[in-house]
Design a protein around this ligand. Structure first.
Ligand SMILES: [Zn+2]
Ligand SMILES: [Zn+2]
Length: 247
């Protein structure tokens, strides 16, 4: 697969990454809806956010921009600025974890910056139009934010020699976390908080609280940086362990 992708033309790369990102978007929307119906007794909001045309357009633009970022990464890979090689399962698992933790820190920093009043008004406030969430919330982003997230990923890949398995693993987890975080239901059991390390996983409640109270919970994959910098919602534990909305 890697050799075929390396030998592809620019047009073929665009087609491939448009199809891949379109598939990711469709998969995320279906999973989000699925989570809503699989966990009807664990709803965090009593409604979905309304589906507005401007936000559907923004979500589709996000998909195209994500494909553009992928093509940019592909170009840098074909020029050997980015290294992606095949390797063992253990090395892939290690690389995926390193990328997840590095991106978690980078995203925390940029998310806090994005909440500075001027940047919030210009860019990030668009995502926060959703106080509750709906299955496209993950993609309702200002184009600058989509490119910024892509640039952060590419920057990481330029300094860290990555494995294909590690990259696919990270990208899969990224979409899963984003989808669960905007699903409006809490699929994780309350006992999760009592398990060492696992209790630090960024849950759906964690990101739902950020949409309700934007001064807290800036992390994405973990609670770690919010705990370190004192931005974890003081109500988090109570909210995560309480009985959610019943249908
Ligand atoms: Zn969000
Ligand atoms: Zn935010």
């Amino acid at each position: 697969m890697l050799e075929q992708l390396r030998a592809a033309s620019l047009a073929e790369a665009w087609l491939f990454f448009l199809a891949a990102n379109g598939g990711i978007f469709a998969g995320s929307v279906v999973l989000c809806w699925g989570l809503g119906s699989w966990f009807p007794r664990k709803r965090l909001f009593d409604r979905w956010e309304a589906l507005r045309p401007i936000e559907v357009i923004a979500a589709l633009i996000s998909v195209i921009l994500n494909a553009g970022v992928s093509v940019g990464g592909w170009l840098l890979w074909t020029e050997d600025v980015i290294t992606i090689g095949p390797t063992s399962l253990w090395r892939s698992a290690f690389d995926g974890l390193v990328m997840l933790l590095a991106m978690d820190f980078g995203m925390y920093v940029f998310h806090r910056l994005a909440h500075r009043p001027s940047l919030y008004r210009l860019f990030h406030g668009f995502h926060h139009r959703h106080e509750a969430t709906n299955p496209i919330s993950l993609f309702v982003l200002h184009p600058v934010e989509v490119v910024g997230f892509g640039a952060l990923m590419i920057l990481f890949l330029m300094v860290y020699p990555m494995t294909l398995g590690g990259l696919i693993g990270y990208l899969t987890l990224n979409v899963l976390f984003g989808t669960i975080g905007h699903s409006g239901v809490e699929p994780f059991p309350p006992s999760l908080r009592c398990i060492p390390v696992a209790g630090l996983v960024g849950t759906s409640t964690f990101h739902a609280e950020h949409h309700e109270h934007p001064d807290y919970n800036f992390g994405f994959y973990t609670l770690f940086w919010d705990l370190i910098f004192g931005t974890l919602d003081p109500e988090y534990d109570k909210r995560f362990k309480q009985e959610p909305h019943q249908e």
